[in-house]
Design a binder for this molecule. Structure first.
Ligand code: ADP
Ligand code: MG
Length: 696
């Protein structure tokens, strides 16, 4: 994180500071800290309130808190039994407690009787005594600057090997005292006043060494606001450029669309109807469409996207449908082909798995315009595939099609319309973060007749019973999915497990039934053949790796058994479950798990059993994985936050978004001298991505 706010003391390299030699400078560098400015924005992980240490006597299991005591006894684990925790006995004026650490043999060299510790951690009961488990700790030595390390709100920093808490805190103290006041304000006064924010240099100071909790809260609020504002500003600028750009107005009579509608065995739901009208209007307008199509799994987004493809084709343009992986692309291809090929629209698949000659032929057909719709991976945009007249890009997003790729697509000649589909129903404020440069349409209604899927969690001991249940269901005419996890890191092992299981089921358990196996390594034709047979009811049990996440649509398959369910992510489980419950029968999803789950694993499984609400599932997922993982911020190309937390600070996001809109409406490319500091910081947070016009 390079700080670039002006030619001041802020740019002083840290190694020029007293007490920072080359060794420590190198360690700081590893944390991304090379200048004073970097350090000022290296905010603490948290603060400990050491004005109010909890007396040892008052410790209650379940609390997370800070306490202090003198070591009166040390017991390392016995030789050869590393599973026994390292334990120290502590005493303060009020009483005794113990602290325990697991698998931390180095503590034997560090912790000694007579030392005073400050500890922060969770209180548990272990073998009948109150203990603070796996706490963060600091040895408090007398004679040091007590003002800094005790008796106040003490900052705790992220440290690494060789860089310990106390010296880092002391260094930060000196830096903050000397330089925080030099941090220049970046917000225009109106924006600051509007959101009631403290000024930036005070915020920087108090984010490290606040006098009170209130000062700390105000500081964090200011810094979080800046995180959000700079994100929203960038998005607002991108968005304002789209709305000012010339796009393609596609307004065909609608014959193809009408024919698909007539061919569908159902009427669109009101939600689909509304969303389709939004899309149709965007496509007809002479500006590039930039729309997010959100809807829970099974809500019928694909049909709507197919209507959009047909509108583009009828208007004389080409359409591209893109998915994040080859497998998903193949599945979309099967679906789209089924929907639009019968209407005489040419559609073909373009992936890396094709033979070179075949690929070349399809690319050529795109370049001449002979091919009207192509389905492929996101690489379609990256590889410079040429279209004769690309009018519409449909992107199945899954968080992986980032801002940069969207920009690249926009840059492809005529500003094609863009429709991004996502099956993760994220809260609106959060959608604004990741998709702030898009309009949002939500299919907030499932097609009629969908029934909740009975979902249960089971362990290995119930396997025989589960098999009996599957047999019963098949006897009554249903079909079954058995899903196996497959992750890249252990692909070979996972694939073998799925293959072995298919054989075991076929030979030992259900020798009288037909068991099929579907996995990503099969060629496209083999996959398609198996899916066709399953759909036709010729296969009773389909053992599959996660390739069936999207696109499979077999209403008669009413039971899904998910093996090693704890290994799947929550949204993946939700997507999988969306494959059953599509027919008139009662449907089941059985989550088979190991007996010792991690806490997260347990929460994922519990959430699945508890709810079908994709919105609720997404919330739990977001809590468990954290926003960075959840949104794939890294791939999305969005700037990282220093302080802001999407969950905790969501209301602030709305305020920042409004402030950004006001600023961009008045000054779309931030040319106003009053916005100079803001502009500099914006370019710094979005390096190379915004391409702001230079200030004249
Ligand atoms: P999504 O892509 O949102 O997960 P799909 O488009 O795959 O959902 O639709 C799921 C299933 O519902 C498909 O079998 C589709 O044919 C069917 N479907 C879509 N819209 C309707 C509707 N309005 N009424 C009945 N079934 C529908
Ligand atoms: Mg779908």
């Amino acid at each position: 994180m390079k700080q670039s706010t002006g030619p001041t003391g802020l740019q002083t390299p840290l190694q020029y500071l007293k007490g920072v030699g080359p060794r420590r400078a190198a360690l700081l560098e590893r944390k991304g800290l090379s200048t004073v400015g970097d350090a000022l924005f290296f905010v603490p992980l948290r603060h400990e309130d050491r004005t109010r240490l909890t007396p040892l006597r008052a410790l209650q299991p379940g609390q997370t808190l800070t306490c202090s005591g003198v070591i009166v006894g040390v017991s390392p684990p016995p030789r050869g039994r590393p599973q026994v925790p390292f334990t120290v006995m502590l005493r303060d004026e009020s009483g005794h407690a113990t602290a325990t650490w697991f698998r931390s043999p180095y503590l034997e060299r560090v912790l000694k009787r007579g030392q005073r510790l400050v500890l922060h951690g969770r209180i548990d009961r272990y073998r009948g005594t109150i203990t603070i488990t796996q706490p963060d700790f600091e040895i408090v030595e007398s004679g040091e600057d007590e003002r800094l390390h005790t008796g106040r709100l003490v900052p705790v920093y992220s440290v690494t090997e060789g860089l310990t808490q106390r010296p880092v805190r002391a260094l930060m103290w000196r830096i903050v005292e000397a330089f925080a006041k030099e941090v220049p304000e970046i917000l225009p006064p109106a924006a600051r006043a509007g959101a009631r924010l403290v000024d930036l240099s005070l915020a920087v100071h108090d984010a490290h060494f606040p006098q009170t909790e209130a000062a700390l809260a105000a500081a964090r609020r200011r810094l979080a606001f800046d995180d959000f504002l700079l994100l929203q500003l960038g998005l607002a600028i991108l968005r304002s450029r789209t709305t000012r750009a010339r796009g393609i107005a596609m307004n065909p009579p609608g014959a193809l669309v009408a024919r698909l509608r007539a061919a569908l065995p159902f009427a669109l739901t009101p939600a689909q109807e509304r969303v389709w009208q939004e899309i149709r209007r965007d496509m007809a307008a002479p500006f590039p469409m930039h729309r997010l199509l959100q809807g829970d799994v099974g809500s019928g987004k694909t049909v709507v996207a197919a209507l959009a493809v047909l509108a583009a084709v009828e208007a004389g343009y080409q359409a591209a449908v893109m998915a994040p992986t080859e497998i998903l692309a193949e599945q979309h291809f099967m679906t789209f082909r089924q929907l639009i090929e019968p209407l005489g629209v040419s559609v073909s698949l373009l992936t890396a798995a094709l033979r070179a000659r075949e690929r070349a032929a399809r690319r050529a057909a795109l370049a001449t315009g002979e091919l009207q719709c192509v389905v492929g991976t996101h690489a379609l945009v990256q590889e410079g595939v040429e279209f004769r007249r690309l009018g519409l890009a449909v992107v199945d997003e899954q968080h992986r099609f980032g801002v940069e790729q969207r920009a690249r697509l926009r840059a492809k000649g005529e500003h094609p319309d863009l429709l991004v589909m996502t099956a993760t129903p994220i809260p609106r404020t959060l959608a604004l973060t990741l998709y702030g440069d898009l309009d949002v349409s939500v299919v907030d209604q499932l097609p009629p007749g969908r029934k909740p899927v009975v979902t249960v969690a089971r362990t290995e001991g119930r396997r025989a019973q589960i098999y009996a249940f599957l047999r019963e269901q098949i006897a009554s005419g249903r079909q079954v999915y058995v899903v196996y996890p497959l992750v890249e890191e252990s692909e070979a092992i996972d694939l073998k497990a799925a293959t072995d299981m298919a054989r075991h089921l076929r030979e030992d358990v259900f020798p009288d039934l037909t068991v099929g196996l579907l996995h990503g390594r099969l060629g496209f034709d083999d996959k398609e053949a198996i899916m066709r047979r399953f759909k036709a009811g010729e296969i009773h049990i389909l053992v599959s790796t996660t390739v069936i996440e999207v696109g499979i649509d077999v209403p008669n398959a009413a039971v899904m058994l998910i093996e090693h369910a704890e290994r799947f992510g929550l949204s993946q489980l939700h997507q999988l479950r969306g494959r059953v419950g599509r027919g008139p029968w009662k449907s089941y999803c059985i989550l088979l798990t190991g007996s010792h789950l991690t806490e997260d694993g347990e929460r994922r499984v519990a959430a699945m059993v508890e709810t079908h609400d994709g919105f609720r599932i997404a919330e739990v997922d977001l809590e468990l994985r954290g926003p960075g993982e959840f949104f794939g911020t890294r791939q999305s190309g969005l700037p990282e936050f220093r302080v802001a937390d999407l969950l905790r600070d969501a209301p602030l996001l709305e305020e920042a978004r409004r402030a950004a809109a006001v600023i961009v409406a008045a000054d779309p490319e931030l040319r106003d001298p009053a916005h100079r500091a803001l502009r500099r910081e914006l370019l710094h947070r979005w390096p190379g991505k915004l391409d702001l016009a230079s200030v004249g």
